[in-house]
Design a protein around this ligand. Structure first.
Ligand SMILES: C=C(O[C@H]1C=CC=C(C(=O)O)[C@@H]1O)C(=O)O
Ligand SMILES: [Mg+2]
Length: 426
């Protein structure tokens, strides 16, 4: 990190910082890859903090501070197109957009660590120079990660087993009446731990145990951290190609490989779960239709995780120019894997049934650049506030859904995060 500090300081020292220049300056430096970026992030006091460890590559981003903010996906995209810089952020479940250009971004790939420091020419030159120098100092801050295991006590639960089963029954009745074909109900469960839970420690443990996922963290301030490990991609775009997927339909996973195989065989042949998945395929394909010139849906496969396994169909499409991330976000988020179909009817049902605000749960977080953007779906997630944690889990309800089985499904999904605190790690 000293190497990065030295290289960036030299650039900042010689930069003119002319008054009232409208442009953003990016100062860049690189060094060989280090281990996890989480100890660095844990050592920071600058907010907001953002972290995204990608699912299918070694790429990982950790960012602090904010130089510019954008309250819509369109304005974020315009900025990215004009400047060729990166913005991070996303949309809540109900599509409220928050994007920003961070002060400092660390980006790690297979073998390199890149640091980029941004300075805003539209600000006062003296204070911008100082802010840039302050950001460089953060590179030497790092705090060792600690174990997170500790006793938990259940605090509040938006739906207990009985209430959940009543919600599912109400949904199945509405589906039978023909109000909609699918709705994804969710629950929020709050726990109290004896000591404060550190979001970075928690996420580091999740990276170890919940492999095959995107790992994300978003903290607007020191009081509250949104974290999670999701198996689900919203989309990844490379120039005009996008890759998305229908991930829905669930069976159990355990430490018994024979049992897991039995569950997998059942999942692959169960019509209720296949329907759950196909409705997501239909939803994504219909919503992308106006923006693509070719679209392919892959064969059904399995996405196996530590506590659950899912049906997955990959979807690959060629966008019509001008390859708009804002259009993709608006078209496919929230997918029928987290909302329902038809969407408007399903969302009305959720508003009248769920007794909590989902905010960032089942939203989307990612990064946007001119040529490459990627967003994950923020399920398998939780809010951490000091010694309290609120965990979210949902399940797609379709014709034939059995309330108690859907209860077991959400309990298993939530256990992916909860067992990090309560069980012995490997
Ligand atoms: C809504 C969630 O999961 C979705 C993703 C995969 C499988 C799902 C299911 O089988 O119900 C859900 O659609 C969640 O974990 O909160
Ligand atoms: Mg399901």
């Amino acid at each position: 990190m000293e190497q990065l500090q030295h290289a960036l300081s030299e650039q900042v020292k010689t930069h003119p910082f002319t008054p009232q220049s409208p442009t953003i300056t990016a100062f860049r430096a690189e060094m060989p890859a280090v281990g996890s970026l989480l100890p660095w992030l844990k050592g920071q006091t600058m907010f907001p903090q953002y972290y995204l460890n990608f699912r299918d590559s070694a790429r990982c981003i950790a960012a602090i501070g904010k130089v510019r903010s954008f309250s819509s996906e369109i304005s974020a995209q315009e900025f990215v197109r004009q400047t060729d810089l990166l913005v991070v952020g996303g949309l809540t479940f109900d599509k409220r957009a928050t994007f920003w250009l961070p002060r400092m971004v660390l980006e790690q790939t297979d073998n390199k660590l890149y640091a980029t420091l941004y300075a805003d020419g539209a600000q006062n030159p003296q204070s911008e120079r100082q802010a840039a120098l302050d950001a460089i100092k953060t590179l030497s801050n790092s705090t060792a990660l600690s174990p997170v295991r500790q006793p938990l006590r259940i605090d509040t639960q938006k739906a207990d087993e009985n209430r959940w089963c009543a919600w599912v029954k109400k949904a199945v009745d509405a589906i039978e009446r023909g109000d909609f074909t699918k709705v994804v109900l969710a629950n929020e469960t709050g726990f109290v731990a004896s000591n404060p839970i550190d979001g970075k420690d928690f996420l580091a443990e999740s990276e170890k145990q919940n492999t095959g996922c995107y790992h994300f963290l978003y903290a607007e301030n020191p009081q509250r951290t949104f974290v999670g490990s999701t198996p689900e991609r919203l989309f990844a775009r490379h120039n005009g190609s996008i890759q998305t997927e229908a991930l829905a339909g669930t069976a159990a996973m355990s430490e018994d490989p024979i049992q897991n195989q039995r569950e997998a065989a059942w999942l692959l042949s169960d019509p209720k779960n296949d329907n759950e998945n196909l409705l997501v395929v239909q939803d994504i394909c219909d919503n992308l239709a106006n923006y693509v010139r070719r679209l392919d849906v892959g064969e059904v496969g399995l996405k196996q995780l530590r506590r659950v396994q899912h049906l997955r169909r990959r979807i690959q499409a060629e966008l019509k120019p001008p390859f708009s991330d804002a259009a993709c976000l608006q078209a496919i988020h929230p997918t029928a894997a987290v909302s329902g179909l038809p969407q408007k009817k399903a969302l009305d049902f959720l508003k009248n049934t769920e007794n909590f605000d989902r905010t960032w749960y089942a939203g989307t977080l990612g990064v946007m650049t001119k040529n490459h953007s990627e967003f994950c779906v923020t399920i398998r997630s939780a809010f951490i506030e000091s010694n309290k944690i609120r965990v979210f889990a949902g399940a797609g309800i379709v014709a034939g859904s059995v309330p108690l089985l859907e209860w077991r499904e959400i309990e298993r999904k939530a256990s992916g995060l909860l067992t990090l605190l309560t069980h012995h790690g490997e």
